[in-house]
Design a protein around this ligand. Structure first.
Ligand code: ACO
Length: 326
């Protein structure tokens, strides 16, 4: 099997910033509550004319440039998202057209905040076996479109963005060492978008009942997150033949600083070894891990040969983790 790794990175967040002070004017909340409970200070919000494929496009162009590839060199595009432009065609197909990636197969992958790691695992399989050479994997979400800005329980938590990587063959000993993916479908009731699908199509009633907004049982998701962050981390390290001490950089899903801190404590990791940007972007769902990864790369925080651990959790409920050598 071929060794597969990240050969290009790019990210994009929309210009508009929504601060905690802005939210204080919209719902009964305050900066102190939001910062102490979540670590979030501000988030980026898409412009009215921007859809998920537009955010994905900006990140993709940067990732292709950093890989030194043209869109025509792509064999595969996977977009991890739970806020596609529309139910179909897939956001990946819309993006394929925008990029002019004529040779590429294209599909979306739905695993909420775990979607980026799931998508990298899928692309890794295609390249490892030799079916494809170059894959573009993007985590992109516009959660602001499914966020109820009258509900203080959820509206403070989310932001918009996109992070992209190009995967390709790398020298042996580098790239992905292991993946650990999982799902607990029974927990799907804790975090979902109730209406707009085939179960509950859009109607005047679903609009009146505010069922086109994300529903979340925060406490249950919190408990799930803390549990699977630990289990998935241990499992993915075991599969890679690595130990906690081998981790040079920890790239967790950016949902809540308290979840990240509890994971860091259990791994005995110092802050320098952990990427944290939840304060500036909030929870961007599938974009969260790639935004953290790409930002760390742009800041020069990893060097060739470093061992990275990526881990996320989200709707499904799902989790996904990976160990890779940079
Ligand atoms: N401002 C002020 N008060 C608030 C706010 C707010 N924005 N939101 C909630 N509160 C209140 C609640 O009403 C509650 O009041 P009550 O006790 O009078 O009912 C009180 O604060 C405490 O609420 P808790 O739920 O106990 O707060 P908690 O400390 O659990 O934090 C939070 C809530 C931040 C949502 C936390 O549970 C969490 O982070 N959960 C995980 C969320 C997550 O990771 N989601 C992933 C989504 S992934 C995806 O797929 C999109």
């Amino acid at each position: 099997l071929r060794s597969v790794g990240i050969i290009g990175t790019g990210k994009y967040v929309p210009e508009k910033v929504l601060t905690n002070a802005d939210l204080e004017k919209m719902v009964d909340t305050n900066d102190e509550w939001i910062v102490s409970r979540t670590g979030i200070r501000e988030r980026h919000i898409a412009a009215p004319e921007q859809a998920t494929s537009d955010l994905a496009y900006e990140a993709a162009v940067r990732a292709l440039k950093s890989a030194g590839l043209a869109a025509e060199d792509l064999d595969l595009i996977i977009v991890a998202t739970i806020t596609p432009d529309m139910a179909f065609p897939s956001t990946a197909c819309i993006l394929q057209d925008k990029l002019g990636a004529k040779k590429a197969a294209a599909f979306d992958l739905s695993a909420a905040c775990s979607g980026f790691v799931y998508s990298m695992a899928a692309a890794n399989g295609f390249i490892q076996t030799g079916m494809y050479r170059n894959a573009l994997v993007i985590g992109a979400d516009t959660l602001s479109r499914i966020t109820d800005y009258t509900d203080r329980n959820t509206c403070v938590l989310f932001g918009d963005g996109a992070g992209a990587v190009v995967l390709g063959e790398v020298p042996e000993g580098r790239g992905f060492l292991s993946f650990d993916l999982g799902a607990e479908g029974a927990g799907g009731v804790q975090l979902n978008l109730p209406a707009g699908g085939s179960r509950l199509p859009a109607s005047e009633a679903t609009v009146a009942e505010r069922k086109h907004y994300l529903y979340m049982n925060g406490r249950e998701v919190f408990k799930f997150a803390v549990r699977v962050m630990e289990n998935a981390t241990e499992e993915v390290l075991r599969k890679a033949g690595k130990s906690k001490e081998d981790i040079d950089l920890f790239v967790p899903h950016q949902a809540n600083i308290r979840i990240i801190q509890s994971a860091m404590q259990r791994l005995n990791l110092s802050e320098e070894k952990c990427v944290i940007n939840v304060d500036r972007y909030a929870n961007t769902s599938a974009a969260s891990i790639p935004l953290a990864l790409v930002e760390a790369a742009e800041e020069g925080r990893m060097k060739e040969g470093d061992t990275l651990l990526l881990v996320g959790f989200g709707g499904g409920l799902t989790w996904g983790a990976s160990v890779l050598v940079w």
